[in-house]
Ligand binder design. Sequence first.
Ligand code: KIV
Length: 269
Amino acid sequence: MSKISELKKINVNTFKLMKVEGEKIATLTAYDYTSAKILDEAGVELILVGDSLGSVMNGYENSIPVTLDEIIYHCKSVKRAAKRAFLVADMPFGSYQVSDEKAIENCIRVIKETGFEAVKIEGGKNRAALIRKLTDAGILVMGHIGLMPQMVNVMGGYKIQGRTGHEELLSDALALEEAGAFSIVLEGVVASAARIISKNLTIPTIGIGAGAGCDGQILVYHDVFGLFDDYTPKFVKKYADLKTVVNEACSKYIDDVKTVNFPEDKHTF
Ligand code: KIV
């Protein structure tokens, strides 16, 4: 058992220590009380309430329609469950782009109303000044560069980044680190670039579709446990097939109700 797995509560310093000691950081998304409780008890170090909830919880085509109120609603449920994991709220599209003042107000609202420890914001150098202001205001920020789902319309789809070199991504990552970000998500980045970026930062990188050279990994709950199959990106590894499990159990339930095999005496008052 590592020193980290014995910790009662993960905080921002845990991640610095893990990077120094070369212990990989295991993180996942969650959006509700029951799922967050399972992840927390299993020992993930960080839970992100991602705007991916737009797809897997709401059935939107992408994350663009997700609102700040929706993020806050889901964060509150996760917070009631998670006792040990570090909690990060994803700032949705439109909540930090209008002005730095509005962004700071929205981030303060999230931190105050949810009890979460940090927020996540997409963007590179263009967000460094905002991240500096947030950090100065006492708000921990996780950066997010590479494939940025909130830019899907501008990018004309979900495009893997870093194919033509790592320089631009590395300078974005360094700008975020310099601005005070405590960690950076690298999404959809070629593995060689992600490895170089991770080596050149003192803060940990958390990869999704960015290879094994990152300091930690994140995946979406519904992908990892096989609950969501509208589409499955190449970077997803399914650790369970819960859709099949629930589907078979549901068929059995329907059958039992129709044949009056449920409820039995033991379920009856
Ligand atoms: O919204 C999300 O879930 C994310 C992660 C997968 C990084 O941004």
